[in-house]
Design a protein around this ligand. Sequence first.
Ligand SMILES: [Zn+2]
Length: 292
Amino acid sequence: MTFDTVALDRMKLSDIHAPRRLGKVLHDMLGRLDGPVPILDIARALDVSEVRLDEFDGFEGMLLTTPARRTATILANTRYGTRRARFSVAHELGHFLLERHVLSDANGFRCTPRDLRETRDGQRHFRQEAEANQFAIEALAPVSMVKPFLNGEPDLRAALSLRNLLDISLEAAVRRILDLAPVFLGAVWSHNGAIRYLIRTQAFPFLTCGKGTLLPEASAAASAVANGKRGITEMRDVHSTIWTDRADIGLKEQTRVGKNGHAVTLLWADLPDHDDEEKDHGVAELVVPGFR
Ligand SMILES: [Zn+2]
């Protein structure tokens, strides 16, 4: 075990119902960490009696527990890699510790890939899933460890380094950078040139493409994906109307072409000063265009 389990006191966490705060208090107890957060050990130290990583069908993560939450078992699917499974463990630990979360079935919580990307609030199911995700990223990528990666201009290479340091997925690293960066960013995940999903920080302009559509024909992303050469392109200026509904802003884009036609594109908007003033300071919630 790489940390002092005695430092973890579940009683001190039991009255915290704000997911980000819960993650922060957890890290205050743990003290400084230099590498990946030992989330499995943390779960076990907080009354989760068993954590099973395996290939499962039909769910990404499952928490078997009772409303009283004396103990629990966490199952996490390794079908898409252990990094995603680590996120699933953290997400289920969130459902366990956020004691106001209402069990989604008789045996606890059963969470799908969609749940593990949920950012919406509103109806209870969405809110609970979004909160479990907020806790998970706070637990796996605490602000103090992410901050050094926010220096300098946005770059997917920083997301890759963050992924390697913290043993999280590239997707989680990109989302966390959008979450904390003091600039206006969007990110677009695609497969064989078709958009799978996209996110943006709150003040980022409206994206004119959407889930299921092709990457914009004139984008550098479309060229990089068509070329098929794996790796990360340089961040380059493109016309803002290729991606957004704004003609009066600066826009840069950079793409990482990965395995089997998968790619992620980072968008970086330079907004006029009066837009800057409207930007909320503090942590920006992620917004899924089309759902808000
Ligand atoms: Zn869940």
